[in-house]
Design a binder for this molecule. Structure first.
Ligand SMILES: [Zn+2]
Length: 457
């Protein structure tokens, strides 16, 4: 017998293929799925209704999907604040290489809590720092995601190109090629769930061209395809990266990715800022996805990704917070606004992105790049009930003409309720299954412990 939740009297942005919206409508959730939705009142003859929510003054959207992050960086926020990417990395690697399981768990809790209380229902963590003897970091991250209640992809990262091989990370911060591949495969075997509605998935995710050997890129792609999981990495983030690729490989990043098996519909890449027309065409042809991280790109002065051109070419694009050492806010809902505003910078770009496109990037686009567009990312009967009730009936939004405009152009909207697979995880901006104040304290003490250990090294 299905248990039903009825949400009614709300504006709804479904983000389906036709961008269907209802000025006043209803959503019926049955167990973990959306059963029906539409304009006006919910059907009156529904059985087994366990809860009825009067959502007057609210906009209901699909839950937000974050497609790029590094949770461990929650402990190193506010450092190297005036650096570009390469200088920032060199400044922070020695500290990052001292993380342990307890720190990683606390950092994951902090990152997840910040995302989830702001309307994120599917999160990801690209974790690529695995110091020797640091414990079960992947297990700790996944445990934190389960406790928060969000749907989750762990992108099991790796680095094997250190300073002695012409890379950026210090020698002690990297794994061996064989070690990284074996540990990644073990993580897939232990944690990846490919069933409909899975709460935990794993992707193969070598860090970036300047910290990973060509062999690890190639064998990582082979491993992912043998296991049937997705591939993730950083790509074309900065001018310096482009120069690095040209000097070391004799080609730009996109050609390098193609030569190592890293373009394809099972791949998504963070940033993709420095792409020429033929790079964008290659992504479109292969359906390679992009995680657009506007705040991080601004913070590190990386540049502006050509998102409108990517969308016009048919490239799947989602949004990412990126690690919180390069985006201290750690919130995704504010990235809707930042994506829209940043893509309008420059002359005569007033229509570069509109509010509906920004909302799509943060929902359906994210689901696409995580390979889950059949399950989440839009509100449609049969899909998982991952959805958010945004309160637009307060001082911040009540006089803004249109609800989607209010959500994207306005201040960060308060979350009245957030559901993952029909299970509520947040209410009135507070999380229901973990305690924010406890997490705030433990992240502060773990950040201090990391700083002390790094200072002694
Ligand atoms: Zn990143």
């Amino acid at each position: 017998m299905a248990q039903r939740i009825v949400i009614e009297n709300c504006a709804i942005a479904t983000v389906d293929a036709d961008d269907t919206e209802y000025a006043s409508g209803y959503v019926v959730v049955a167990d973990d799925r959306i059963e029906s939705l539409g304009a006006g009142k919910a059907p009156e003859d529904l059985q087994d209704v366990v809860r009825r929510i009067d959502a007057s003054g609210h906009l209901v959207t699909p839950g937000l999907v974050n497609t790029h992050h590094h949770f461990y960086q929650w402990l190193t926020r506010g450092l190297a604040t005036d650096h570009n990417l390469f200088n920032w990395l060199v400044a922070l690697y020695p500290t990052w290489a001292r993380i342990d399981e307890q720190m990683t768990y606390a950092a994951a809790q902090g990152s997840l809590a910040m995302l989830a209380r702001g309307g994120v229902t599917t999160a990801m963590d690209h974790h690529y720092v695995f110091p020797k003897g640091s414990g079960d970091l992947s297990g700790a991250i996944i445990r934190a995601a389960r406790e928060t209640g969000v749907r989750f992809t762990l992108a099991r990262g790796s680095m094997d190109r250190s300073e002695k091989d012409g890379g950026l990370p210090p020698d002690f911060a990297v794994e061996t090629l064989e070690g990284a591949l074996a540990a990644t495969e073990a993580t897939v075997d232990e944690h990846h769930d490919d069933s409909f509605g899975a709460m935990t998935q794993v992707a193969v995710a070598p860090c970036s061209p300047f910290s990973v050997s060509t062999e690890l890129m190639k064998q990582g792609a082979e491993l992912a395809r043998r296991k049937g999981v997705r591939l993730h990495t950083h790509g074309s983030e900065t001018v310096e990266e482009e120069q690095f690729c040209k000097e070391l490989f004799g080609m730009g990043p996109t050609d390098y990715f193609e030569s190592t098996g890293w373009l394809g519909e099972d791949v998504w890449m963070a940033h993709c800022v420095h792409m020429n027309d033929s790079d964008i065409a290659a992504f479109a042809r292969t359906k390679t996805g992009v995680a657009h991280c506007p705040s991080s790109n601004a913070r590190l002065a990386a540049g502006i990704a050509r998102v409108p051109d990517m969308l016009a070419a048919g490239v799947p694009v989602g949004l990412g917070v990126d690690g919180t050492a390069s985006n201290e806010s750690g919130e995704l809902h504010t990235e809707l606004r930042n994506a829209l505003l940043i893509n309008r910078l420059g002359a005569h770009r007033e229509a570069a992105l509109n509010a509906r496109q920004a909302l799509r990037l943060g929902t359906y686009g994210g689901a696409q790049v995580l390979g889950r567009a059949g399950e989440i990312g839009s509100l449609e009967p049969g899909k998982l009930a991952d959805l958010v009730l945004w309160n637009l009936d307060t001082l911040a939004h009540a006089s803004i003409a249109d609800p989607v405009t209010a959500l994207v152009f306005g201040a960060a909207a308060p979350v009245t309720a957030s559901f993952v697979g029909g299970r509520q995880i947040a209410e009135n901006g507070r999380l229901l299954h973990v305690d924010e104040d406890t997490i705030a304290r433990s992240t502060r003490s773990e950040a201090r412990r990391l700083a002390q250990i790094a200072a002694q090294a």
